[in-house]
Each structure stands twice: as structure tokens, then as C-alpha cells.
Write a protein that binds this ligand. Structure first.
Ligand SMILES: Nc1ncnc2c1ncn2[C@@H]1O[C@H](COP(=O)(O)OP(=O)(O)OP(=O)(O)O)[C@@H](O)[C@H]1O
Length: 722
């Protein structure tokens, strides 16, 4: 195998590359066909917006180190990566065939034939086997990440969110982090209870097999939360023995082996490779002849697909693949930005009927729960809330955005007046409302090497409409020039602003950013606070260990947060936690006083009861608010899609101005997105409040019990005296 030191050193300056055309777009990045000028070689350049990335430079460096050790013919390794203003450029081999997903969308909408599938899967499985043996979990296995080059070689891409299985310290937390893509995620990843391991990749591999067989992943037509619920609650999907007659028994068996809910019962990649199904795999030549021959060049295919999508959207139809995309992006946003109670979700899940037809049957343990059904109306309502959206007029959007804003602010006022639980709605120091992309960040200019005029516009347009954040996909040369600098300097260099400014912006972005599927929010990192959560080694929240020790208290975004974490957050994080410090402290003092019995019970009880009812009413208020915003969310999503497609249309006709929505429109969308982000903060506040509530309830109970004991004791004494 090629040794690290023998590898070609690709230049780490953008001016050494010419970006030729866009060939792909993920949730977090745009991929270009490019030329590496000194080598006169065609490469792919993936441009990731670091402002929307949750990862610190330390995370990126660590990832780079990890990547430098990866070397396998079926793993797409990056040549190098480097920072260009606010973007990270990842230079990698150009895979002329593109991803299996793109190929299916262009030429195989109903999926591939079995020999092709066997070949693609066998090669991908070799990559997984290699990664797992080296202690990595891929965490984003799907057809979109299986790429084919002009010679029919198949490589697994996007290995940038790996969690080191044998890492120390942060390992548990990093493995207890949501990273991945909706329909492909294993139940244990979704559950966030006991963490997960490399077997999660085997589940995703099974889902990918179904994706290649049908042209889409199971459940992909459903809205994100429903996918989550169905994965958790229903029997695993599989090939249907009747409906999928064209596929062999061994293929069906192989999939069934992967899609077992209990991860320990799934085979390892190594064992799976020995399955008879993979004996049907063919040579790269076969892939060239059967799959690649006849396909138009990747750039052209990509443009055609985008045009097709734009047309469909314009006709206000909701085609399957658009739904799928929407489902995925909704899911990413949903999973990464919502706090959810998995038990609540399970209860809901049990009431959702599956009509995907992809199930083989119910697992024993699922039967009882899954039989409880909601009235069909409720189910329809859930579905329609995401899928059947009406595009609001601009005026409606404005009204919506401003009423949302004032609703939130009214709420904040109310809460603050109560002096109980202050919610910091305005992240900006001056206390005024600013949209997500401030003027400052809009002035950011990308240095796209020798990007041609229209691509430059396109790059900017894409950056504007892209909202999800991303994680790394880095190589050994990433950030070489930054390796030995301190963080402040890194930040200054990255942002092109003063270090202070940069750090503030970066941290506030981090607080607010949505995490995309590549995000390694909790990737193994330094021992410092990330999103307010200490990364020092301790039993990870949500783990059995943590809950046994009574540490487990809440789920915070992607993380479960222990009581120790909450304390840390309150002590050390000046943003959200800071805004509730006063009330938290008051409560802590009260709790302390109660437990140390320094104040009379009679005085405390009414106060606690009052707080309890207060908390409940705030809970209701927030719930209503969340519901109203959740309802409006799909509208905004639709609007954003429309905007994106208008931009694409404009680009392809070489007149960006025509059909592009006004800046004002864009700004309003940003505002709405910002409000959603703030809502996330409110939800977190609500969680904290719930925790306090629980603790108060416990204290009340303790007091009642104590009083009860006291009363019984007095009665006994009286009886004895009497
Ligand atoms: N090296 C490459 N050569 C050719 N095309 C590529 C290359 N890398 C990525 N692509 C194309 O670009 C698309 C987007 O890639 P990217 O990795 O950003 O997104 P993704 O993995 O599909 O989505 P997400 O980031 O949401 O998981 C891919 O689906 C693929 O079609």
C-alpha cells in the first residue's frame, strides 16, 4: 500500500486550482470539478463553509491526523485541504462517474440490477472492513457517498466524521453524538441511550443495499421525525419476498442480517464479506460497461438533475426525490436542533402506521407497541404538516416573521418580568434583532482560486442558500500552515477580522448553527467546553453508568447532559446559561436552604408550589409557541427551496439577476431561520426549567414525607402517652 511519505504533495493555495464546474452539492458543501494547475491534473474540490461548521480548529486538526493514516483503495482519501477565507477546501481525486445516488437519479430511478449492486456493495464493504479494523466508524454510509471513477473503481467517500473507537477520554461522548443521515441511521444511534459502535455502519450498509435496489432509501418519502420514529418502533425494513422477486434469496438474506435492531446480532464487515451474495460481484470493467457507458459527463448530469428538480418545483409538484431531499434536510435540522424525549417519541411512533410496504414483519418486541394506532386524522395531520405545504406569499412571510419575532419577544418580556427565568432572545450585544447573516458576514468574500465569473456567482449564491453546517472531511495536509499557531491567530486568519470579533462570531455561530450530517459536534477534542458541555472524561450522559449515578438529567440538542454538565454550563457559559444565571442561582439557594432545613417548611412550601405552577404555565406557553413555529417551518423550507431553484435557474441561463429573489426576501428568510435558532435556545431553556421542576418536585415530596413521618411519630407518641 502507498505510504504516506511517498504521496504527491498537492498545493495548499487556492490559486493553484481552477474551479471548472459544479458537480455536486451536499447539505454542507459544494463539490467542483477542478484543475490542479502545477500537476495539470483534474481533481475534485469540496468547499465547506466553516462559519456554519460546528468544529473547532482543534477538531479539524485531529481529524486531519486521523485521515492521514487512512489508505485503502476503496476509501476516497483527500489529497490535501486548506482554508480559504471562511471556507475549507478539500482536494480529492475526481470520481468521473459521480455517486451511485446521482447515477441512479439520472439513469436508474428504480435501482440497479443485482450484479451491479453486489459489486458496489462488496467494494464498499471492503472499505468498511478496513475502517473498522483501524478503529473508525464511518457514520454516513449511503449511496450518495459511494463514488465511481472512470475505470469503474468504487470508493467510499465522506469519511470525515469518524469517531475513533479506541480513543480515550471523549470517546464515549463522541460516540454518543448524532452524526449521520436520516434514513440510514441505526436505531441505537437515534436512541442516544447507550451510544453506538461500528455496527451502526452495518445497519447503514443494509439500508444502502435497499437504496441501491429500489432507487431510494426506505422511509425516504416521510418527514424526518417520522423516519426517526419508524426506525425506532417498527420492524426493520427489508426486501419483500413477494414484491422484490427480481432479487435473489441470498441478497435478501444479506440485507436481513444487517438490518437487525440489536447491534450485537449484526455481523461484522469482515464476516459479511464472506456472505455468498458477494460472490456475484463483478470486475470494474463490468461497471464501466454496464453503468458508466452511455452516461453523460458528471457536470452535465448534475446540471440536468438540478434543472429537472427546479422544473418540478416550479410546477408545484412534490416529486419523490425532492420529498426525499426535503425529508433529509428536515431531518438533519430536526435531529440536530431539537431536544426530544425519546420516550415521548416512542409513544408517538407506536401510533404511526407504515405504508411504505418495506417491512418484513414485526419484531416480537415491537408488536404490542406498534399495534396502538392514532385516528387516521391525526396521522394525516402529522404527514401534511411537513409534506403538503403551501408556499406563502412574500407578504405572508413578512407577517409571519415579524409576528414570530414579537411573539418571542413578548414571551421573553413576560419571563423576565417574572424574574424567574430570563431568556436571552438577542444574541447581539446591542440587544437589537439582527438576522442570522449580519452585514459583516455578507461582506465575506470567497477567494475561489481561478474561479470563472459565472461559477463565482454560483458559489456565492450557493453559499447564500445553504444553511446546514458541516463537519470535516480532511486529509493529512489540512491546515498545515495553521498547525503551530494558537487559536486566536487561527481564528483571526480564518475570519479576516480581529481575533476578538472572530471568536465571538464563531462562538455565537457555534451556539446557533444547525448541525448537518457531517457534523462532529462532539468529536474527540480538547478538554474544554463545547456548546457548554464539558468534554473532560466522565461517564457519558445517558449512559447506564451516568443514570445509575443519578447524573443523567436531560438531552441537550445532540447530547445528553448530566447534572454535572448543567452546573458547568451555568457556571461557565455566558450565553444562554448566563441569561438564566440569576434565576438558577436563586433556585439553587432555595434548594440548598430547603435541604439544609434552614428555613421553615411552612414558608417554603407555598413558594415551591407557586414556582411549580409557574413553571407549568411557562411550559404551556413555550409548547404553544413551539407548535406555532413548527407549523410555519415547512413553509419556510419550501420557500428556501424555491429561492434555491430560482438561483440555479438563473445561473444556468447565465443571468443571475433574472429570477433571483430580492435581498430583502433573502434577509427575511434569514430572520425566520434566526428565529428558529432562537427557538432552539428557548427549548433548551425549557428543558432546564423542567429539570428544576423535577428537582423541586423531589424536594416537595421529601418534605411531605418528612412531615408525614413526623406526624406519625407524634401520633404514636400521643398514643403511648395516652
Ligand atoms: N471526489 C468527487 N468526485 C466527483 N464527484 C464528487 C466527489 N465528491 C463528491 N462528489 C459529488 O458531490 C456530491 C455531494 O458531495 P458531498 O460529500 O458534499 O455531499 P453528500 O455526502 O452527498 O451529502 P452530505 O454532505 O449531505 O452527506 C456527491 O453526492 C457526489 O455526487
Amino acid at each position: 500500500m502507498e505510504r504516506q511519505s511517498e504521496r504527491k504533495k498537492y498545493p495548499v493555495i487556492s490559486s493553484m486550482y481552477t474551479l471548472m464546474e459544479e458537480v455536486g452539492q451536499g447539505a454542507s458543501a459544494v463539490v467542483y470539478k477542478a484543475k490542479c494547475i502545477p500537476f495539470n491534473e483534474i481533481v475534485a474540490v469540496k468547499v465547506l463553509d466553516m462559519d456554519r461548521c460546528n468544529n473547532s480548529l482543534d477538531d479539524i486538526r485531529r481529524e486531519a491526523q486521523t485521515m492521514s493514516l487512512i489508505n485503502h483503495p476503496n476509501v476516497l482519501n483527500a489529497h490535501c485541504s486548506f482554508v480559504v477565507d471562511h471556507d475549507l477546501w478539500v482536494v480529492m481525486p475526481y470520481m468521473e462517474g459521480g455517486s451511485c445516488l446521482h447515477i441512479m437519479k439520472s439513469a436508474y430511478p428504480d435501482g440497479f440490477e443485482e450484479p451491479i449492486i453486489a459489486t458496489v456493495l462488496r467494494e464498499s464493504l471492503k472499505a468498511l472492513d478496513y475502517l473498522h479494523h483501524h478503529g473508525h466508524i464511518h457514520r454516513d454510509v449511503k449511496a450518495g457517498n459511494i463514488l465511481i471513477n472512470a475505470h469503474g473503481a468504487i470508493k467510499l467517500a465522506d469519511f470525515g466524521v469518524s469517531a475513533f473507537m479506541f480513543d480515550t477520554g471523549d470517546r464515549q461522548r463522541s460516540r454518543n453524538t448524532f452524526v449521520g443521515t436520516p434514513c440510514w441511521m441505526a436505531p441505537e444511534v437515534l436512541e442516544q441511550v447507550n451510544g453506538y459502535d461500528f455496527k451502526a455502519d452495518i445497519w447503514s450498509f443494509g439500508i444502502t443495499a435497499l437504496e441501491l435496489a429500489h432507487g431510494h432509501a426506505p422511509f425516504s418519502k416521510y418527514p424526518p421525525m417520522k423516519v426517526l420514529l419508524m426506525t425506532l418502533q417498527n420492524a426493520p425494513p427489508g426486501l419483500d419476498y413477494e414484491r422484490d422477486k427480481r432479487f435473489s434469496k441470498s441478497f435478501k438474506e444479506m440485507i436481513a442480517m444487517c438490518l437487525v435492531k440489536n447491534p450485537t446480532k449484526r455481523p461484522t464487515a469482515e464476516k459479511l464479506l464472506r456472505h455468498s451474495f458477494f460472490k456475484h460481484g463483478k470486475s470494474p470493467d463490468y461497471i464501466v460497461r454496464t453503468v458508466l457507458d452511455g452516461l453523460s459527463p458528471l457536470g452535465q448530469r448534475f446540471r440536468d438533475l438540478k434543472e429537472k428538480d427546479a422544473e418540478r418545483l416550479a410546477q408545484k409538484k412534490m416529486p419523490y426525490d425532492v420529498k426525499e431531499e426535503r425529508s433529509q434536510s428536515e431531518y438533519k435540522r430536526g435531529v440536530s436542533s431539537w431536544n426530544f424525549d425519546i420516550e415521548d417519541l416512542k409513544a408517538q411512533a407506536s401510533s404511526i402506521q407504515d405504508d411504505d410496504g418495506c417491512f418484513q414483519g414485526k419484531e416480537e418486541s415491537d408488536l404490542t407497541d406498534a399495534q396502538i394506532k392514532l385516528p387516521q386524522d391525526s396521522v394525516d395531520e402529522m404527514n401534511s404538516s411537513v409534506q403538503e405545504v403551501q408556499v406563502p406569499s412574500m407578504e405572508q412571510s413578512i407577517v409571519q416573521a415579524s409576528s414570530l419575532e414579537s411573539e418571542l419577544e413578548m414571551h421573553a418580556d413576560e419571563v423576565m418580568q417574572e424574574g424567574f427565568h430570563a431568556v436571552n432572545l438577542n444574541n447581539q450585544d446591542n440587544g437589537t434583532f439582527e438576522p442570522f447573516d449580519s452585514k459583516e458576514s455578507k461582506q465575506t468574500v470567497v477567494s475561489p482560486g481561478r474561479l470563472e465569473g459565472k461559477d463565482l456567482k454560483n458559489l456565492k449564491a450557493t453559499k447564500d442558500v445553504r444553511r446546514a453546517s458541516s463537519g470535516p472531511l480532511f486529509s493529512e495536509y489540512v491546515l498545515l500552515d495553521l498547525q503551530n499557531k494558537d487559536d486566536d491567530k487561527d481564528s483571526e486568519r480564518l475570519s479576516g477580522r480581529a481575533a476578538d470579533d472572530s471568536l465571538r462570531t464563531k462562538s455565537s455561530n457555534r451556539d446557533r448553527a444547525y448541525s448537518g450530517p457531517l457534523s462532529s459536534h462532539g468529536a474527540p477534542s480538547d478538554h474544554r467546553l463545547v456548546n457548554g458541555i464539558s468534554s473532560t472524561a466522565r461517564p457519558f450522559a445517558g449512559s447506564k453508568e451516568a443514570s445509575e449515578k443519578g447524573l443523567y438529567v436531560q438531552k441537550k440538542g445532540r447530547f445528553s447532559v448530566t447534572s454535572a454538565d448543567v452546573e458547568l454550563m451555568e457556571d461557565q457559559v455566558p450565553t444562554v446559561a448566563g441569561s438564566r444565571n440569576a434565576s438558577s442561582q436563586a433556585l439553587s439557594q432555595l434548594s440548598h436552604s430547603v435541604s439544609s432545613s434552614s428555613i421553615p417548611t411552612a414558608a417554603v412550601l407555598p413558594c415551591l408550589q407557586n414556582l411549580l405552577s409557574h413553571t407549568a404555565s411557562q411550559h404551556d406557553l413555550l409548547s404553544n409557541l413551539i407548535n406555532s413555529i413548527s407549523r410555519s417551518e415547512p413553509l419556510q423550507s419550501q420557500r428556501a427551496n424555491d429561492l434555491a431553484s430560482q438561483r440555479v435557474g438563473a445561473h444556468s441561463s447565465d443571468s443571475l439577476e433574472v429570477g433571483i429573489s430580492s435581498d430583502r426576501e433573502h434577509e427575511l428568510l434569514q430572520q425566520v431561520a434566526d428565529l428558529q435558532n432562537r427557538l432552539t435556545g428557548l427549548v433548551e431553556e425549557l428543558q432546564a426549567l423542567k429539570l428544576r421542576n423535577i428537582s423541586l418536585e423531589r424536594q416537595l415530596n421529601a418534605i411531605y414525607n418528612k412531615e408525614e413521618e413526623e406526624r406519625i411519630r407524634r401520633e404514636d407518641e400521643a398514643k403511648e402517652d395516652g
